[in-house]
Design a protein around this ligand. Structure first.
Ligand code: MOS
Length: 709
């Protein structure tokens, strides 16, 4: 084994682990200094309309309150790229929870009391927040999130469906979901003359810096954004959020350092959500179980502020071979908060629907669901016709089946019980694209034999800084403990965000290139190094983002075993197992954590997570972790993540695919399919809460009319 083999892939511990568990790692709210003020936003209490008046006097009369900012007195900012950031710029209220004011005070308590004392009056207009599959306002957008075509078509899907030996025509519904990271969105801002420094809880400082420059009319080099430690994001911190604009605005207004830490209750309205998706899936198959047609149609919502289209029909363009394929998105702009990215946007809800429908098709055909997927393995990417750079879905399915003990399964629904429990198991496939963006990095060799690597990566808890140090040590041929790494500072240079499962590939490519170049220089150098050391830089613009002739995706397979309590209707996941093919795994410890985290989030999506839109108030009802149920430890009994060794020379210097999101993709379908196997009942609306399950179980036992209701 060479030194290189030892470092890439090794289960290295997170470099900041000790700081985090001892509480010394500082998050955005913790960059304190004398005179630091706190601010609390004032959310709109109507779903649509305009502010007609603000009475700030009662707030200003409270002790400690320094200022009340509203659209009447806040300075006009430049137009943001993202219209959700145009806060306090006018009286318009596009949805409930939109910020209409900000109270700045000496303490958090005073700011909160001040915000409660501000009196806002509104003129309201009728609102519409209810998505239906036949919503008259639904339209076909120019493109879906990620720039994907809204509609694609190959062959004659309708004709092929009509002549198929077996058909499935089903509808699924995924509710709105919220990211709810542990650390709510927070920014601390201070001005030093016309220089602005911000500590922001963000997935990427470059985007924050650019947006602030645009809005505050400053050259980018006068703005420094840092995000040293970030308590999760799951996509909701992938773009700047209103709190960073408010913090910078309030700091300029008051001359103070100002922290805006959003109360968790305000997050559902202002930091994005996974948009609800209504799916219609039509699958046709021949008698051998080979697909003859696949039609996936999605209807979703966006806000009136900004168009965001959850690209949920996109994974159907990747997964299975079929001579006829149609995928389509429609969106309705409603008076709702603006949806955005949540872990595996598109793939996550899309694969729930597609993989549930595949299970229905398997049942219809009497074919084993693992075998059905294997039979429909495509030669090339169905939509583009491109060859896959690597695709090991079949290996994942087989390895998963082996580890899970799938062959012992009795395929008949309701065939296994344990007292009042029904027991079932299910399978689903997973996929997530390989994405990569340009980035800069620098590596310096120091006279003491150490190395300093700088890259503006963000470590949102994934272990990014640790993995990047491994990439650097590998390229330098140096021991890992000689490599120091600096991340999460816009001053280092541009970098893409921690999102799209693209961080390690993007930052890592730049780090690898800078380090390889430095190693080359060192090889040519003789004698001691100069005091300032020797530096090499890299900029992957034009290479990292070059179009690939290959279809590049990670794949995986999920296996779930559930129990369904016939007395309470409660579903519990006994076992959830994922096997992934995601290129080279760069750190076995942090990778496992990403996969397990994704599985856990999929378990929550299947069983408990649900944001409901109140049609009267135009508000998400669940605004805290007591009502928005994410899995707790007791819910996560036995989760396993494994991977197959995948060599792919068409990716990046590390040979890696992204791993942050694929763990959630398909896992909810595996759970849902297991619930069908346990109960014989097909649930097509998430989540599978006891009320829904028990109602269906009672219906099943006592068909309509028998209950006497
Ligand atoms: Mo992820 S939803 O791309 O941050």
């Amino acid at each position: 084994m060479t030194a290189t083999d030892a470092v890439l892939g090794a289960p290295v511990e997170r470099r900041e682990g000790r700081e985090k568990v001892t509480g010394t790692a500082r998050y955005a709210a913790e960059f304190d200094a004398p005179g630091r003020a706190q601010a609390w936003p004032v959310p709109a209490t109507v779903a649509r309309g305009r502010v007609t008046g603000v009475d700030s006097a009662p707030a200003l009369a409270l002790p400690g309150v320094l200022a009340v900012l509203t659209h009447e007195n806040a300075s006009r900012l430049g137009e943001p790229d993202d219209p959700t950031l145009a806060v306090l710029q006018g009286p318009h209220v596009p949805h409930r929870g939109w910020f209409v004011g900000l109270v700045v005070a000496e303490t958090l308590e005073a700011a909160r009391a001040g915000a409660a004392a501000v009196r806002v009056t509104y003129e309201t207009e009728p609102h519409d927040v209810t998505l239906t599959a036949s919503h008259p306002g639904a339209y076909v957008p120019e493109s879906a999130n990620g720039g994907f075509a809204a509609v694609t078509k190959h062959g004659d899907p309708d004709g092929a469906l009509a002549s198929s030996a077996t058909r499935v025509d089903v509808a699924y519904s995924v509710p709105p979901l919220h990211n709810h990271p542990m650390e709510p969105h927070t920014s601390t801002a201070h001005w030093d003359g016309d220089r602005l420094t911000v500590h922001s809880s963000s997935q990427g400082t470059t985007a924050v810096q650019k947006e602030l420059a645009r809005m505050f009319g400053l050259p980018e080099d006068r703005i420094t954004v840092r995000a040293e430690h970030v308590g999760g994001g799951f996509g909701s911190k992938g773009t700047p959020r209103p709190e960073v604009v408010l913090a910078a605005m309030a700091a300029r207004e008051t001359g103070r350092r100002v922290t805006v830490a959003l109360p968790r209750r305000y997050l559902p309205a202002v930091v994005g959500h996974r948009a609800p998706t209504l799916h219609r899936l039509r699958l046709g198959a021949d008698t051998d179980g080979r697909l003859t047609s696949l039609v996936h149609e999605v209807t979703t919502h966006t806000s009136r502020v900004k168009e965001f289209v959850e690209q949920a029909a996109v994974p159907a363009r990747v997964m299975y071979g079929t001579p006829a394929l149609r995928t389509a998105h429609r969106v309705a702009a409603l008076d709702v908060p603006t949806p955005s990215w949540m872990r595996a946007p598109g793939e996550c809800p899309g694969m729930y629907a597609l993989e549930s429908a595949m299970d229905e098709l398997a049942a219809e055909l009497g074919v084993d669901p693992v075998e059905l997927r294997i039979r429909n393995e495509p030669e090339t990417e169905p939509d583009s016709g491109k060859p896959f750079s690597s695709r090991h879905l079949v290996e994942c399915l087989r390895e998963g089946a082996r580890r899970f003990g799938w062959e012992d399964r009795d395929p008949r629904p309701r065939s296994r019980t344990d007292g009042p429990l029904l027991i079932g198991s299910g399978v689903a496939s997973a996929t997530y694209p390989v994405l990569v963006s340009p980035c800069v990095a620098a590596a310096r060799a120091l006279p003491d034999g150490g190395f300093l690597v700088r890259v503006n990566a963000t470590d949102i808890g994934t272990g990014a800084r640790t993995v990047l140090a491994q990439v650097a040590a590998d390229a330098l041929g140096a021991p890992l403990d000689r490599v120091r790494i600096e991340v999460a500072d816009s001053g280092i240079g541009f970098a893409p965000m921690a999102g799209g499962s693209s961080g390690t590939a993007s930052w890592g490519s730049a780090v690898h290139e800078a380090c390889a170049r430095l190693a080359g220089r060192l090889a040519e150098h003789s004698g001691p190094l100069p005091d300032e050391g020797i530096t090499a830089e890299a900029d992957t613009s034009g290479t990292a983002d070059a179009e690939s002739p290959y279809a590049r995706h990670a794949f995986g397979a999920h296996f779930a075993e559930v129990t369904v309590d016939t007395v309470s209707g409660e579903v519990r996941v006994r076992r959830l197992l994922g096997v992934f093919a995601a290129g080279r795994i760069l750190n076995a410890r942090t990778a496992r954590s990403q996969f397990i985290g994704g599985l856990t989030m999929g378990l929550g999506m299947a069983l408990t997570e649900d944001s409901t839109m109140d049609p009267v108030f135009g508000d998400f009802v669940e605004r805290d972790l007591a009502s928005y149920h994410v899995p707790a430890h007791a819910d996560v009994a036995n989760l396993e993540a494994h991977w197959v060794d995948e060599q792919d020379a068409h990716l990046n210097p590390m040979g890696s695919k992204g791993i942050g999101e694929i763990g959630i993709v398909g896992s909810a379908a595996a759970v849902g399919n297991a619930v069908h196997h346990a109960t014989g009942i097909r649930f097509r609306e998430l989540p599978l809460t006891p009320d829904r399950v028990l109602t269906a179980l009672l219906e099943h036992e006592h068909p309509a009319g028998m209950l006497g209701v």
